[in-house]
Design a binder for this molecule. Structure first.
Ligand code: ADP
Length: 631
């Protein structure tokens, strides 16, 4: 048995590798740079985690998604693997401890966001580490041709010089052929080396529906299919409206978007994961890093901006390999809106300049100052001050962020953390001498382990309940213990933050190059056009998607809307369909009743045709689970 397989069994309890995992791991262990292309859910993480454990040194993982970073580190820690992360907004002392552990301690995995690589203090410590491997997640972000270019990724190549022995494993689930080339070039691969699995998702049925009455179609889409689902909508407002409308129509649904409180987000996610809520109606903020394998349906209630985005979101359905549906419902207005949206995403340069100066003034930054400073970020107040719309400010900031002027943290919840700074004996003396703090200290020690060694996440509400004081009083006590240096208490912070990456310059010196503006806009428009061509073309959806990602040998899937229509036009299943229609025209029927009337036909076949007719707007499924002819 290979060492890699042993590690897989020992730490993860899996008995075998998935396609391509072993090949990638072999390349990594041989010290070669490699780009691995695997669809979402293919199992990319293990391709650096397994060799990381076998290699001598630290594996630095670069990922732009803070939620995913936290999730993966928690996951590794559960398996007793020494892993840490550094993300913006963390306390300096904590970062210091983590970096120390990477140099002198036993940390095997260090997860960082790409912005960190620009930080001088980080670089100094990074140089001192023994780095065996640099894993670059979402590596398409390094390419301007990619749909999610992030300038901070360009830093990765620079950081290679400090660790010339470390090899690079670049990972992505989405790359067109030109992006594949670009990633390797930009990461300075010693030689070209790509390993990729097919992007084909055999269990996924792609269905595209054009209808002016999108709501009804979406309702039908979830009524006629079983199991958990995600509906992607464009705005926060729509998440609420559509979820409510579905609920009124007897479907268990809940809204989700980035503006909800962290508690509500967690609660909604949990309820959906545990199948207490069936359908989540979300903006595209939902999904990254969410590991739910049995999502049966993903519905797009609009046309996504690119095939890459569509493919990633649709791909969240059916990660368990069982039959699943990706349904896109759109109307004519959505096609026009897509183009307008892309145009609007690129405000005039003069507007961008105004936003840049306006923000600097808002935070009272003098010229030449502000570098690496972070502030709480309130876009509405800023837009009011500058006298522009929130959307104009938002889109300008996005360009400025892409150009490398700012970093905006997502407003993810950073839980409160606590560490005890004294040793056990000192703590004991303190308790004896200060009995009014005794209950709190005992409760902390009983509730959490490891407080003497590292920062531990704490929940003030829980501790307040256990010590029978109100939360405000508890926080006061904790702050007091912090002030006398008995503990280090880092209160939660869930406000979005803006960090200035370079010092303030006069707006006429602002460099918004063709690459970070004009070229991006053109590419974005092109991607939008490809997406529109995808919905319009009467060609197998599977073939279209795979061709877009450079796979030319794909065959017709036989289960997308185009293939099903074609089968129908060719007269396949015509007799069965006619019989089914005849049954339903007599009156509404439950599935069992239909099966009883058409005894020679398999249930699966009947359901396939019923769903197809529902998508075509010919039948409906009622709350009482009856199929009804409406054509
Ligand atoms: P990706 O990053 O490619 O989207 P992940 O690394 O998150 O995928 O893996 C998806 C899921 O598949 C995870 O739950 C992971 O534990 C599981 N998985 C990965 N490799 C294997 C394997 N060899 N055997 C069983 N499960 C695996």
């Amino acid at each position: 048995m290979s060492q890699a397989l042993e590690v897989l069994k020992e730490y993860w309890g899996f008995t075998s590798f998935r396609p391509l995992q072993e090949e990638i791991i072999e390349e990594v262990l041989a010290g070669n740079d490699v780009l691995a292309l695997m669809p979402t859910g293919g199992g990319k993480s293990l391709t650096f985690q397994v060799p990381g454990l076998l290699m001598d040194g630290v594996c630095v993982v670069i990922s732009p998604l803070i939620a995913l970073i936290k999730d993966q580190v928690a996951n590794l820690k559960e398996r007793k693997i020494a892993a840490e992360y550094i993300v913006s907004g963390m306390d300096f002392r904590e970062i210091d401890r983590i970096l120390d552990n990477c140099i002198y301690g036993d940390t095997k995995f260090l997860y960082v966001s790409p912005e960190r690589l620009k930080n001088e203090l980080f670089i100094e410590r990074f140089k001192q580490m023994k780095v065996a491997l640099i894993a670059v997640d979402e590596s398409h972000c390094i390419s301007q041709w990619g749909y999610d270019f992030r300038p901070s990724y360009l830093q990765i190549a620079d950081s290679r010089q400090y660790q010339p022995k470390a090899s690079i494993l670049a990972l992505t689930a989405s790359a067109t052929p030109s992006v594949v080339d670009d990633i390797q070039k930009r990461l300075e691969f010693s030689k070209k080396n790509v390993l990729s699995t097919s992007f084909e998702r055999e269990n996924l049925h792609y269905i595209v529906i054009e209808d002016e009455n999108k709501r009804q179609r979406v309702l039908r889409g979830v009524q006629t299919r079983e199991g958990s689902g995600i509906i992607y909508v464009r705005s926060r407002k729509l998440t609420r409206e559509l979820a409510l409308w579905l609920k009124n129509n007897g479907i268990s649904a809940a809204p989700y978007h980035a503006g909800l409180s962290p508690e509500l987000k967690d609660k909604t996610q949990e309820e959906w994961k545990k199948e207490k809520v069936r359908i989540i109606v979300a903006t595209n903020a939902f999904g990254m890093g969410i590991d739910k394998a049995n999502v049966r349906t993903v519905i797009h209630y609009d046309i996504p901006d690119s095939i890459e985005a569509y493919f990633q979101e649709a791909g969240r359905a059916g990660r368990d390999g069982l039959r699943a549906y990706a349904v896109l419902v759109y109307n004519k207005g959505d096609v026009i809106a897509l183009k307008e949206r892309i145009e609007r995403g690129y405000p005039e340069i003069s507007v961008i300049k105004k936003v840049y100066s306006g923000i600097a003034n808002y935070y009272q930054l003098a010229f030449g100052s502000g570098m690496e400073e972070s502030f709480n970020f309130d876009i509405i107040a800023i837009a009011e001050r500058i006298n522009l719309t929130v959307l104009q400010v938002f889109n300008s900031i996005k360009i400025l962020e892409r150009t490398g002027y700012y970093h905006l943290s997502d407003s993810l919840h950073q839980p409160s953390k606590l560490k005890i700074k004294v040793n056990q004996a000192e703590l004991y003396y303190f308790e004896v001498a200060n009995s009014k703090h005794e209950l709190l200290i005992k409760t902390l020690l009983r509730s959490y382990s490891g407080l003497f060694d590292s920062y531990v996440k704490i929940n003030e509400y829980l501790i307040a309940k256990r010590t029978r004081v109100d939360v405000k009083e508890l926080v006061k006590q904790l702050k007091y213990l912090d002030s006398i240096e008995l503990i280090d208490y880092l209160p939660a912070n869930d406000k979005p933050k803006i960090t200035f990456l370079v010092e303030r310059i006069p707006e006429e010196h602002l460099e918004i190059s063709y690459e970070s503006y004009g070229a991006l806009k053109e590419q974005q428009l092109k991607r939008g056009e490809s997406m529109i061509a995808f919905v319009n073309a009467e060609k197998c959806r599977n073939i279209q998607l795979l061709e877009y990602f450079g796979e030319t040998s794909a065959e017709e899937c036989g289960k997308c809307d185009v293939c099903l229509r074609k089968k129908r036009a060719e007269g396949n299943d015509l007799e069965l369909e006619n019989n089914l229609v005849a049954v339903l025209k007599k009156g509404e029927r439950g599935l069992n009743e239909i099966l009883a009337e058409l005894p020679r036909i398999e249930e699966d076949k009947i359901l396939e045709i019923l769903r197809f007719m529902a998508d075509e707007g010919l039948v409906n499924r009622s709350k009482e689970d009856k199929w009804k002819w409406v054509g």
